[in-house]
Ligand binder design. Structure first.
Ligand code: NDP
Ligand code: MG
Length: 386
């Protein structure tokens, strides 16, 4: 009998979500889309529903429920809001959940998916940054492997697959983003379109701004600490503009393993879906003769203070990473809405972090994290209007 994998995609209308559906379409027919969720892009969600015929979809809020019901096929059930996501992840007919919503809205459904022992393919990094200390032990207790989709973490995950030894160092690569060779003094003169135009990857707006501030790499340091159970000091960031080497691991004997491919998110997405197997993909092979050389540089921590802020938050522990993440989410939103200048983003995050009360709670519960996030967003909002 052919084994079918039934999949839910939370965030199906975003960059990762659309790529995930592309991958599923190209795979061998053993992957069935059972549920889709999006926030407000009803048009695309309806198109996807007509194409993939999921049993259920969920939208961000109740206000557009009638419109969504009219737009999707009549047999598709329509849910809404945070409860809609929670209802999807616990459905018995779902084997794997792809978490492709940006920001912290993923956290509660992720906890539920783990407790319901679903396979987890995780693109969303913010949930691990905020609550990795809760999520990883929970996943271990329920025997759930969290399979990363973030390209660097997928690379590390692939390098460690079957390894008998633990890594002594992780080399987290970064393309350097759109501002790598632009002086800091010019940052505020650049248009939002320029900031959003990443040289190597086409991504959603939030992560594109994070790539420009390099907070994306900062969040990825914390993500890697949790996923691979390593200390922040064991992670070095390496600027690699060609974006062909997606990260490396070093072992005690000095051997370094890396994973290379052309930069295309369909590859780590497909690996997460087919893990531990591999299948042919549409991604072109690397042409090493044309590429000729790969370059590696040290990051400029003064030009990109978000890297240091992320390390500081990870070292402080407790709710500090959640505060960092929430302050980032809010200040990026305000930047995208045109309320603050680009260089205000790291400034605000730094201020919010420095205002947090001494964190006595070393092992916060989810409620403490939600409270800290709400506080950090409000603090960031106040600073934006100042
Ligand atoms: P996008 O902004 O392109 O997409 C976000 C998706 O989430 C959209 O489908 C959006 O719906 C949906 N969404 C947002 N809020 C809600 C909500 N409350 N309920 C239901 N759906 C919601 O983001 P990306 O695809 O770029 O990124 C997704 C995640 O993956 C992020 O955490 C990012 O850090 C991570 N990631 C992304 C990479 C990339 O290449 N893009 C690479 C590595 C990691 P709608 O369209 O209706 O607004
Ligand atoms: Mg990444």
């Amino acid at each position: 009998m052919t084994y079918m994998k039934n999949i839910a995609i939370l965030g199906s209308t975003g960059s990762i979500g659309v790529n995930t559906l592309d991958v599923i379409r190209a795979l061998d027919g053993r992957y069935r889309v059972v549920a889709l969720a999006a926030d407000s892009n009803i048009k695309l969600l309806a198109e996807q529903s007509r194409r993939f015929r999921p049993s259920v979809v969920s939208i961000g809020s109740q206000t557009r429920l009638i419109e969504a019901r009219r737009a999707v096929p009549s047999k598709t059930k329509v849910l809404f809001g945070p409860d809609g996501l929670l209802e999807i992840v616990k459905r018995p007919d779902i084997d794997m959940v792809v978490f492709a919503i940006s920001g912290t809205a993923c956290l509660a459904p992720l906890v539920s998916a783990i407790t319901h022992k679903k396979e987890v393919a995780l693109a969303n990094k913010e949930s691990l940054v905020s609550a990795g200390g809760i999520l990883m032990p929970l996943a271990r207790r329920h025997g759930v492997t969290i399979i990363p989709i973030d390209s660097e973490h997928s690379a590390i995950f692939q390098c460690l697959h079957g390894a008998r030894a633990r890594p002594s160092r992780i080399l987290l690569t970064a393309s350097g983003g759109p501002l790598r060779s632009i002086p800091k003094t010019k940052f505020d003169r650049l248009s939002r379109d320029f900031i959003l135009r990443h040289p190597k990857w086409s991504m959603g707006k939030k992560i594109s701004v994070d790539s420009a501030t390099m907070m994306n790499k900062g969040l990825e340091i914390i993500e890697a600490c949790h996923l691979f159970n390593v200390n922040e000091k064991m992670i070095d960031v390496v600027i690699h503009p060609e974006a062909v080497m997606h990260s490396m691991v070093e072992f005690v004997d000095g051997s370094v393993l890396g994973e290379m491919s052309n930069p295309d998110m369909r590859l780590p997405i497909q690996y997460a879906l087919t893990y531990p197997e591999r299948q042919p993909s549409a991604v072109k092979s690397v042409d090493f003769y044309r590429l000729r050389h790969l370059s590696f540089e040290r990051p400029d921590n003064r030009k990109f203070p978000c890297l240091g802020l992320a390390r500081q938050a990870m070292r402080s522990g407790g709710v500090s990473p959640a505060i960092l993440n929430a302050a980032d989410e809010e200040s990026v939103r305000q930047y995208l809405d045109g309320r603050i200048r680009f260089s205000k983003i790291p400034e605000i995050i730094g201020k919010v972090l420095s205002r947090q009360k001494r964190c006595l709670c070393k092992a916060p519960a989810l409620a403490d994290i939600f409270k800290a996030e709400a506080w950090a967003k409000e603090e960031a909002r106040v600073l934006c209007y100042r």
